[in-house]
Design a protein around this ligand. Structure first.
Ligand code: HEC
Ligand code: HEC
Length: 239
């Protein structure tokens, strides 16, 4: 009995001495990594996006991925986010959470989930001097020169396919809410009379849900998707 008590006391002393303190942030970061990859972070039954749907976390972006969001490698070290519009990391995260993931209420600063995400984002941010990243939004929509359809197919696979599924069928799409491309444009003469179909698609890609467009698809800055790649994509889609 005495031996057991002494053992328990020794374990407790170890915890108080800092073992637990070391494990705390580590366990929180692991939890944060799980949250990062889980669409259920948002309580909306309509949401199918996790943070990992739109952001890689590696220093180099893997071949075959074109994401609307920057890599989050070093994100916690950046001095500002969203092209300088956000100066608090949690606000930068909540912008995505509310606008893209249909999170109804923002993640609160004191919530364990926020702390866990913070610990995870800190763990993937080794360079304290990491600069803010550029984020250039195309405000006035203009047509872009069409490019090479083979390149366009690669762009579609890297940028659109995960959410929209295969062209013409939507097979494998992440959510039924993502329209079948390019067939959805057949309705555009009725919905947007007199406006070229490509123009509507360019506006969606460049503005996402913003500038009065609506929805929850992310927007693509020119850093995320160049006009050249957008022009190749339109050629591939026959627009
Ligand atoms: C549907 C796509 C999408 C989802 C889902 C998403 N984001 Fe984003 N995120 C973006 C886009 C687009 C931007 C703006 C471009 C950029 O700055 O990376 C952005 C920007 C950010 C930024 C600012 C990066 C910077 O340096 O400017 C942070 C931080 C961020 N997201 C974190 C998250 C986290 C954490 C989650 C999950 C809770 C998440 N995002 C979910 C698309 C998304
Ligand atoms: C993160 C998931 C996601 C990605 C990536 C994505 N989309 Fe979407 N997209 C959606 C969802 C969901 C909708 C329907 C809701 C909305 O309108 O925002 C949509 C809607 C659209 C629409 C409007 C369809 C209509 O109803 O008129 C177009 C056009 C479109 N996407 C094109 C693209 C193209 C082109 C790409 C690749 C450059 C792309 N999307 C990438 C999720 C995505």
């Amino acid at each position: 009995m005495r031996g057991l008590r002494a053992g328990v006391a020794a374990v407790l002393a170890g915890v108080l001495a800092g073992c637990g303190g070391e494990e705390g942030p580590q366990a929180a970061a692991d939890y944060g990594e799980a949250l990062f990859q889980d669409a259920r972070l948002s309580s909306s039954e309509y949401n199918k996006f996790s943070c990992a749907t739109c952001h890689v976390t590696t220093a180099e972006v893997p071949a075959g991925r074109i994401d609307s969001g920057h890599t989050l490698y070093n994100v916690a070290a950046r001095p500002s986010w969203w092209g300088g519009d956000e100066t608090q990391l949690l606000d930068a995260v909540n912008f995505c959470y509310v606008n893209f993931m249909r999170g109804v209420t923002k993640l609160g600063a004191e919530e364990p989930r926020s702390r866990a995400l913070y610990e995870y984002l800190s763990r993937i941010s080794p360079d304290a001097q990491a600069p803010a990243l550029p984020f250039t939004v195309v405000k006035d929509i203009q047509d872009v020169p069409r490019g090479d359809a083979t390149r366009g197919e690669a762009v579609y696979r890297a940028a659109c396919q995960n959410c929209h599924g295969a062209t013409h069928t939507g097979e494998g799409r992440l959510t039924d809410l993502a329209s079948v491309l390019p067939e959805v444009t057949r309705d555009y003469d009725r919905l947007f009379p007199g406006i070229p179909h490509a123009q509507v698609v360019i506006e969606k890609v460049r503005h996402g849900p913003f500038f009065g467009v609506g929805g929850n698809m992310p927007l693509y800055s020119t850093e995320a998707l160049s006009d050249a790649d957008l022009g190749a994509l339109l050629m591939y889609l026959g627009l």
